[in-house]
Design a protein. Structure first.
Length: 659
């Protein structure tokens, strides 16, 4: 509490029904809590004097507070005072001039004390500067004096006040893991041993093979001679807030692992017996938060040498409405709750991709009733933008919420480009949130850091496969989508050599196979069939199918679905003769069959055996003279079976002619 005193008079007398006043302004907002007047007077005993003190705005004449007191003359000199404490503090702004006035009414003679007139400036130790001067004032309605006259006596005027308080801000989202770097389970030194509060390294080791996040998980073991052991960490918590504790834990050969919150008196546990990672959670009511002791722990239970794993320990501050929904609302229960509160690590920043929602929410409080409280945010050094505002009642928080969308390299609030430029990849970006009242009070800034990804590669459905040993060309279906909606191209590779490429359609099902001519030239060893989807930004993903080709026969015929083949072997009339030559090695024990037809368009072509002529290198005269389709075309069917041959069958190519 601070007090400003204004003292002054005029050389002369104080006449009955006269006034005295001082006007003032301040260099920073204050809240007036009380005011008073102390009057020095010379005169004779007997009679009374009525003192009234008032505080009003000079320009508007709005009376803010007043009080009246009647005091007797007690001798010479006479003293009298009136003091009034406001039932509610009165806010005084920098942009307004105020008047403290006193009205004195009585029957006694003039007063003669000489002091300096009011016309000064001074600064209180708390930094509030007052500019004060004497004047003639018009009394406002409700103040019992006539229009003021500048007739002064030795008077002390006082104003008690407090400074404008700073608002406070609680930022709930984007969520922040209150365990900080300790929660990522990468540094044993950040935790203590449950049994004795000492070094935890004797019961914890880092395990890369069982990690969920980062580089390691904690492997927690039961020591010799004990049936349980664990790790703990103490953390500051507010008794005005609600919390959610979570961790990813699993047993290996231990009986169970427990996640625990302890407030120094009582504890809450969640147990896990699964050998696969499970995410138990504990909601913590503000009434159960300890005044000084708040512990988070994870413990393993079993026999000596047994162990389990812990990773991704997180403690989040949550709003009461979320607390009330947990395990009540299905959307805030089990796996759905876990998805809403994923593990965050201050060393691996939140990363946003196309379409991601960046949620900003929390509450702000201003202890000064009547202040207009606004919540603001900005990204990096961009434009400050308001989220919400409200008039403070001195205690009730003003809630705020804003959802931004990351789209086309920028953050958007609906149709508003929040930042105004592309957010760079591979760079930390900072969200700043603060509360500010209309009297200049500002809360400390709350910050969150994030990164963005401009472009992600197309997504190919399914997973990579090992098709094993096969003797026919593989046939695998897939579809492709692009997260950013970019156009993309699909490419097919056999042993990293491209053999087909075409524009892709998002979501359409495709079937990749190996053309017959390539399949026949594929050696009987291990191979790789690859599908690549590449977008117009150069980002790509692959789907790989590996196989080993094993075959006891070679069989194929001309592929009429190929336009070039179809065009070359179609004839405008019946072909009469054909010559087929082969570049092949057919070892002893293998058999060869070569067939040809001149009515390839028929549903059932007339295949004629020309094996002997091919083997001898001679031409063959077709015997067929009919076509049920009305069209003519040549086709050739080759079939080589390995049989009992022990040597490799080779078919390097074939050729020929027809007329």
């Amino acid at each position: 509490m601070s007090v400003a005193n204004f003292t002054g008079n005029r050389n002369g007398g104080f006449q009955p029904s006269t006034t005295f006043g001082a006007e003032f302004s301040v260099n920073k907002p204050i809240f007036a809590t009380s005011m008073g007047v102390y009057l020095f007077e010379a005169g004779v005993n007997g009679g009374t004097i009525s003192l009234q003190v008032g505080l009003w705005e000079k320009s508007s004449g709005s009376l803010l507070a007043s009080a009246v007191q009647t005091v007797p003359y007690t001798g010479s000199p006479f003293t009298g005072q009136v003091q009034v404490t406001f039932s509610k503090s009165v806010k005084l702004n920098m942009s307004t001039t105020y008047v403290i006035g006193v009205y004195a009414e009585g029957t006694k003679a003039q007063l003669e004390y000489a002091q300096q007139p009011i016309n000064l400036s001074f600064t209180q130790p708390d930094g509030v500067g007052f500019t004060v001067k004497r004047g003639v004032y018009t009394a406002p309605n409700g103040f019992g004096m006539p229009n003021g006259v500048d007739t002064s006596v030795p008077v002390n005027l006082s104003l008690s006040y407090v400074l404008n308080n700073q608002p406070t801000l609680k930022l709930i989202s984007p969520i922040e893991n209150l365990l900080g770097a300790a929660g990522n389970c990468e540094d044993v030194s950040l935790w203590k041993r449950v049994s004795n509060g000492g070094d935890a390294s004797s019961v914890i080791s880092l395990d890369a093979a069982n990690k969920v996040y980062g580089n390691y998980a904690f492997k927690v073991s039961v020591p010799t001679g004990q049936t349980s052991e664990g790790i703990f960490r103490q953390i500051p918590m507010s008794r005005q807030s609600y919390y959610l504790l979570m961790a990813d834990i699993k047993t290996y050969n231990a009986s169970e692992l427990r996640l625990r919150y302890y407030n120094g008196t009582i504890y809450s546990d969640k147990s896990v017996t699964s050998s696969t990672y499970t995410t138990p959670y504990i909601k913590i009511n503000k009434d159960n938060v300890g005044s000084t002791d708040n512990w988070v722990s994870a413990s393993v239970h079993g026999t000596a040498g047994q162990y389990g794993f812990v990773d991704g320990v997180r403690l989040y501050e949550i709003e009461k409405d979320v607390y009330d929904k947990i395990d009540v609302d299905p959307e805030y229960t089990g796996d759905k709750l876990v998805k809403k509160y994923p593990f965050t690590d201050p060393t691996t920043y939140l990363t946003m991709t196309e379409g991601a929602i960046y949620s900003i929410s929390g509450s702000a409080t201003d202890p000064d009733a009547g202040n207009v409280l606004s919540i603001w945010y900005k990204i990096n050094n961009g434009t400050a933008r308001a989220i919400n505002s409200g008039v403070s009642d001195g205690s009730t928080p003003v809630s705020f919420a804003k959802n931004l969308t990351y789209r086309n390299k920028r953050l958007w609030d609906g149709a508003t480009d929040v930042v105004g430029y592309d957010l760079a990849e591979g760079t930390n970006h900072t969200l700043y949130v603060w509360a500010q009242d209309d009297q200049g009070g500002t809360s400390p800034e709350q910050t969150r850091t994030f990164r963005v990804v401009w472009n992600r590669p197309p997504v190919i459905s399914g997973t990579d496969k090992n098709l094993g040993t096969i003797n026919t060309p593989p046939s695998e279906s897939f579809s492709v989508t692009d997260p950013e909606g970019n156009p993309f191209t699909i490419e097919y590779y056999l042993d990293n050599v491209i053999f087909d490429s075409f524009p892709g359609v998002s979501g359409q099902t495709y079937i990749v196979t190996i053309p017959t001519d390539k399949w026949l030239r594929t050696s009987l060893t291990q191979h790789q069939l690859k599908v690549r989807a590449i977008d117009n930004q150069g980002s790509y993903s692959d789907r790989i199918f590996t196989f080993i080709r094993r075959d006891n026969r070679i069989e194929f015929k001309l592929n009429y679905s190929n336009p070039d083949v179809k065009s070359f072997f179609t004839t405008n009339q019946k072909a009469n003769r054909i010559l087929v030559t082969m570049d092949a090695t057919i070892p002893t024990g293998a058999t060869l069959l070569v067939e040809a037809c001149n009515n390839a368009y028929d549903t059932q072509p007339n295949w004629e055996d020309i094996t002997a002529q091919v083997t001898a290198g001679r031409g063959y005269h077709f015997t067929n003279t009919t076509s049920t389709s009305g069209k003519w075309g040549i086709n050739v069917h080759f079939k080589i079976e390995k049989g009992t041959a022990t040597e490799t069958v080779l078919l390097n190519g074939f050729g020929g002619a027809f007329d």
